[in-house]
Design a protein around this ligand. Structure first.
Ligand SMILES: [Fe+2]
Length: 380
């Protein structure tokens, strides 16, 4: 038996933030990062809370790749303030921090608290997922926490908040969206509902990712990518992810490469690995099942060719073209990582990637030597 539901109520479109003037909550803890706290974005939230007579306090200690220590400081703050609502505003780190803080504070206080997630980047989809990634810097590990109790109560998608995102962040986070959608689409847990969501997210990425990278003022493209991020989040919340994210977590934790960028660099390698199709492939009949899915992905992106091999190869070429157009590094060496340090870390990164929770739903079960080989290829 399988089931599918969307528990998070999604507010989107023009003036979606106005939802904050009409909250059924009286006391909110805003969780964000120092950049958002100092920018005009926080005021876009707080003046609406004032209009709706919701009192609030701000916890702005969120850092990228939220470490366990910061989460425990946030839990203490939440237990002291005792809000009836947590408002997370920021990128994946802010929303993941808020989810984790609310989760642990709820367990300690036994008091239910609503969570409203307001993304300021179009990437993680964290506003609609039961996943949160926290890190243990002393062991170079990123832990995906997964629990339905971490699902936000509401998500507010207002593209006014992504207007000033720098181009390189648009590229990294946009490639994260595409990776979420593709991994959910080929996951062994995929289903018709997750596939429908992933297909729409892929189609939007094909049309609007490059546009939103090239022109900061292309509001239409940014609105579309903001929705695509959420659609892809819903897709992987149901179908989970795969080896791409498993390796990206390991490489990101060790070398602090932005999450979306690590995924972007890996994507062509993982498609080649999962499909078994590379530049030496000859036509054959016994393709792995995921090949058909990758062919569909290619078609949704407007990349079609005359047989399965050429279409999957055209898909990896399209992804490499996108990386070049958006100045995303194609390899770990281009990220400035020292060669010896990287190769010394490959063995432990491969082990962490295989035991990462995301890897369990990859369409091909990876062995350690195979992951080592992918990591070696990823350097150059
Ligand atoms: Fe991701």
């Amino acid at each position: 038996m399988n089931s599918f539901d969307i528990r998070t109520k999604i507010y989107f479109g023009d003036n979606a933030l106005d939802r904050l003037t009409d909250l059924p909550y009286k006391k909110a803890l805003i969780i964000t990062d120092p950049f958002v706290a100092k920018s005009g974005m926080l005021q876009m939230i707080t003046y609406r809370l004032n209009d709706g007579y919701t009192e609030f306090e701000v916890f702005s200690d969120v850092v990228p790749d939220p470490p366990v220590e910061k989460i425990s400081i946030g839990v203490k703050k939440m237990l002291e303030y005792a809000p009836d609502c947590v408002i997370a505003i920021g990128g994946g780190s802010a929303i993941d921090s808020a989810k984790s803080i609310r989760e642990f504070a709820t367990r300690a206080s036994k008091k239910e608290t609503a969570l409203i997630a307001i993304p300021t980047t179009s990437g993680t989809g964290s506003e609609v997922t039961s996943f949160a990634v926290v890190s243990d810097p002393s062991n170079d590990i990123k832990y995906p926490l997964v629990s339905d109790s971490m699902l936000p109560t509401e998500a507010i998608l207002d593209a006014d908040l992504v207007k000033s995102v720098p181009a390189n962040v648009t590229a990294d986070t946009g490639m994260d969206v595409l990776t979420h959608a593709i991994e959910a689409y080929v996951s062994i847990n995929n289903n018709e509902f997750s596939a429908a969501l992933a297909e729409k997210a892929i189609e939007i990425c094909g049309t609007f990712l490059l546009r939103s990278y090239l022109d900061n003022n292309d509001t239409h493209a940014r609105k579309k990518m903001h929705v695509a991020s959420c659609l892809a989040g819903l897709a992987f919340n149901s179908a989970s992810l795969g080896l791409n994210h498993g390796i990206a977590h390991a490489v990101g934790a060790k070398f602090h490469i932005p999450h979306g960028r690590a995924n972007a660099m890996l994507l062509p390698h993982i498609i080649e690995y999962n499909s078994g199709i590379n530049k030496h492939s000859k036509s054959r009949k016994d393709y792995p099942k995921c090949v058909e899915k990758y062919v569909n992905v290619a078609k949704l992106l407007g990349v079609n060719n005359f047989n399965e091999i050429t279409t999957v190869r055209a898909l990896t070429s399209w992804i490499q073209f996108m990386l070049k157009e958006m100045n995303v590094p194609m390899s770990v060496s281009q990220c400035g990582v020292d060669r010896t340090e990287y190769f010394n870390a490959i063995d432990s990164m491969a082990e962490k990637a295989i035991s990462d929770a995301c890897t369990a739903t990859n369409p091909r079960v990876p062995t350690k030597p195979e992951v080592v080989q992918i990591l070696e290829h990823l350097y150059e």
